[in-house]
Design a protein around this ligand. Sequence first.
Ligand code: AMP
Ligand code: ZN
Length: 137
Amino acid sequence: MSECVFCKIVAGQIPSAKVYEDEFTLAFMDIGEVSPGHVLVAVKPHVDSIYGLDDALAAAVFRTAARVARAVRNAYSPDGVTLYQANGVAAGQTVFHFHLHLVPRYARDGMRLTWPAKNPSREQLEANAAKLRAALE
Ligand code: AMP
Ligand code: ZN
């Protein structure tokens, strides 16, 4: 993908502050960090979103995320860390090359994700689960 900014970072065509890489993933600092230590874990091949990850890439992303999360904890001692990952415009995705955010968190850091819980009935939850079981590939 010649116009993809993260493909260019993976290829070394534009600069990034690299933290870690392996065969499948590259972790680098988010240029628009929410707080120091805000890292993106991107897959190396161009994959738009979570739907395109094969098992090897999916496993590698979380392996790298866990490894970098421990580094974030060791380096910054945050109060917490949030993993944020968006797929599609409606979900807030702005770079359409799969990546996961690791955001060090602090009390009153201003980061918010509103979560309008609906508390559906047990029957509705069972119907939702059945619908998804039927859709599993
Ligand atoms: P998302 O909304 O999950 O797609 O987030 C994309 C993220 O990529 C944003 O937080 C941007 O700050 C970050 N970003 C965009 N361009 C670059 C870049 N060249 N280097 C590092 N981070 C970037
Ligand atoms: Zn790309």
